[in-house]
Ligand binder design. Sequence first.
Ligand code: PGA
Length: 230
Amino acid sequence: MKTVFGNWKMNGTPGALKEWEAAFSPLPGVQAGLFLPHTLLSAYLPIAIGAQDVSRYEKTGAYTGEISATLAREVGASMALCGHSERRHGLGESDSLVKQKAENALRAGLKVVLCVGETLEIREKGEQNAYVEKQLRDSWPQEEGEVIVAYEPVWAIGTGKTAETADIQAMHQFIKNLALGPNLTILYGGSVTAANASEILSAQGVDGFLVGGASLKADQFKSICEAALK
Ligand code: PGA
């Protein structure tokens, strides 16, 4: 079964989510979910809900402004995104911090979607495999639980540029061959839309998508799920 997760980033109101839910119907053959801002984690959805980030601190405590994996789980999250490029490259999160957050999420009983991906500079130097392998090895959580990998080339996120299908296939095969876990699920992310979903899925080793911009529209997200059914 393919997996299609949306990432709403810093978008969405309760009203917008209600409208989205009214226009979306889950497909039995696709594992779907949405990573929502923390303000929406307690909403009802017929698909899985995930937090876009969790605190480096565990459970509860005097950490003003932080949201722990435990608190996210309490209100309904069943998954957490860890190491999204907007946090790694935009906010300077290190591999060790991402690892700590992922371990907290697993200990709280959340499924982890661990994001990795190279910058354009690294790709142009042909060093993407070594770069992604280091990210994976240094941020891989040492805890029991389910970890899914999302490969998202940084230069393809929110830019309308997608990686070449052959390059996506090569990277997914490379990650599978690292043997980080049995039957590892690897999603592709970066400007996925209803128009390019089928083409990207033709690459071997693509188990689904992490969709940003296009997940905000229920009809787009539904069409991507439909493509994942075929
Ligand atoms: P995008 O974002 O689909 O808007 O490129 C993907 C992501 O950030 O996960």
